[in-house]
Design a protein around this ligand. Structure first.
Ligand code: ADP
Length: 494
């Protein structure tokens, strides 16, 4: 039977998705299921690993049925996933010893403060590219081993396995045969040396984690096992794996040094390909592995904005000045400019490059003439301002100017926002036809391994633009806007 499709599994923070792509990178079908979020105490966020796998398996089966294709037409599977989320399970029974501790979970913040006091900040930064923060997997693993009765002994005896979500899915899809991860996911654990591409013994010692629980680390385009026959009726290979932001960077075909993408979702995730050498940030951005492909490693700088599209949800749900996120564009377009209103949506502190967890949001510059349209416009502009702050920090680190920004995610549909982003950056903004960059990246990694696609050049030719935004405002105008924004940021960043 002719193999016509690649199945991408996109295991996200709130939902499991499955997307079928054809040879042209076009979408043949999508299925999605949300799953339960557990908040057992303030600062704790958990998922049930069994539910993660169940929903992921169900959407995978459903997308094939819905598309009306035969399983034999699926060439291979690619996996992309929420990163850092930590699962530890019993190798014999396959049962998790604890719920998945999600990347958002802050329970190990104090543990991180203690580590910082040991004066190992620079060592960690140099080896892993990361900050000492509860966000990453390392301290979450330690928490499980220290707090689940019997876990540490079992780990020492080689009875437990750790994995990020990719590893958990591979384990379950292959019937417990394979314990693998890829370099992009490994580079978010705080345990992986991004220079040597090995689990780092010194870091494992500092965090008191036995090496035997760790998965084997592979390239992004590699053989990760065959699915158990009983799952889909026929066995399918898994040949591509990457963490969600790295997969999106690849799906956007930012495959050359200096190429950057911004995903405008709930938050904004900006990732810049820095080429074959890691750039250690002087501006508090993270350094991470983008991918390893054909034996070559590409690195990236990454910065996130906590509240991106979420500010539009706030306009909808709390202020109730719009009914749908899409309406924000129409409302904001009824005024010519922001009328001097600046909105800093620091609802959960400020992310890169400020890293102020105590900052609170503010709306500044209100006058008697301020309307809800100005507020909507200021809210949209805040997404672009915050993204620009991250991109500026990146430019300072790499010491050259970024020429183009590629965009995806829900809020990238907003033309007013994209135009403003282009104005602020004074660069071209490109929005592709396929906005499912994350799934597409996973499919690309998988398809490259099997030869479904010949190489990245072929994929670069496939990448098609929906719309380009070019700067319309002049530099002076933009400088004034920036000055005002910086003034308001400095007021709340104290
Ligand atoms: P996530 O993957 O983080 O759930 P999505 O990529 O699905 O996010 O994007 C959803 C976010 O984008 C929401 O926060 C929503 O408010 C925002 N959004 C969606 N459409 C628009 C729009 N047309 N204009 C502005 N924001 C939008």
């Amino acid at each position: 039977m002719k193999k016509k499709f690649i199945l991408a599994l996109d295991q996200g923070t709130t939902s499991s998705r499955a997307v079928l792509f054809d040879h042209n990178g076009k979408i043949k079908g999508v299925s999605q299921q949300e799953f339960t979020q557990y908040f057992p105490q303030p600062g704790y966020v958990e998922h049930n690993p069994v539910e993660i796998f169940k929903t992921q398996y169900e959407v995978a089966s459903e997308v094939i049925n819905k598309a009306g294709i035969k399983i034999g037409e699926v060439e291979t599977i690619g996996i992309t996933n929420q990163r850092e989320t930590t699962i530890v399970w019993n190798k014999k029974t396959g049962k998790p010893v604890y719920n998945a501790i999600v990347w958002q979970d802050r329970r190990t913040a104090e543990m991180c403060d203690k580590l910082k006091k040991q004066g190992i900040k620079d060592l960690i930064k140099k080896k892993t590219g990361l900050e000492i923060d509860a966000y990453f997997s390392g301290t979450k693993i330690k928490w499980i081993l220290d707090n689940v009765p019997g876990a540490r002994d079992m780990a020492e005896n080689g009875e437990l396995a750790f994995g990020t979500v990719d590893t958990w899915l591979i384990w379950n899809l292959t019937g417990g045969k394979h314990h693998f991860t890829d370099v992009s996911n490994a580079s978010r654990t705080l345990l992986f040396n991004i220079n040597t591409l090995n689990w780092d013994k010194e870091l494992l010692k500092i965090l008191d984690i036995p090496e035997n629980i760790l998965p084997e680390v592979k390239s992004n385009s590699d053989f990760f096992g065959d699915t158990k026959e009983s799952l889909f009726g026929e066995s399918i290979s898994i040949t591509g794996v990457a963490g969600d932001q790295q997969a999106a960077l690849f799906g956007q075909m930012c495959v050359h040094k200096g190429m950057v993408k911004n995903t405008y979702g709930t938050g904004c995730f900006i990732v810049l390909n820095t080429g074959n050498k890691p750039v250690i940030s002087q501006n508090r951005l993270l350094t991470t592995i983008a991918w390893k492909l054909n034996n070559e490693v590409s690195y990236a700088l990454e910065g996130s904005v906590f509240v991106g599209g979420a500010v539009i949800q706030w306009l909808r749900d709390e202020l109730q000045i719009i009914h749908t996120a899409g309406e924000s564009e129409k409302l904001a377009s009824t005024v010519e400019n922001n009328g001097g209103v600046y909105f800093v949506p620091a609802f959960t502190g400020l992310g890169a490059p400020y890293w102020n967890q105590y900052a609170k949001g503010a709306v500044y510059g209100l006058t008697r003439g301020t309307s809800k349209a100005h507020i909507a416009r200021a809210a949209l502009e805040s997404i672009a301002f915050q993204s620009k702050d991250v991109i500026d920090a990146m430019q300072q680190d790499i010491k050259y100017k970024i020429k183009t920004l590629r965009v995806d995610g829900g809020a990238s549909a907003n033309n007013l926002l994209m135009q403003f982003q282009s104005d602020l950056l004074q660069t071209k903004v490109q929005r592709p036809e396929i906005l499912e960059s994350t799934s597409l990246g996973a499919a690309y990694f998988a398809g490259l391994y099997t030869g479904f696609w010949k190489g990245t050049e072929e994929l670069e030719n496939q990448w098609k633009i929906d719309k380009v935004f070019l700067p319309e405002k002049n530099k002076d105008e933009v400088m004034q806007l920036e000055k005002n924004w910086e003034k308001v940021i400095s007021m709340i960043n104290q």
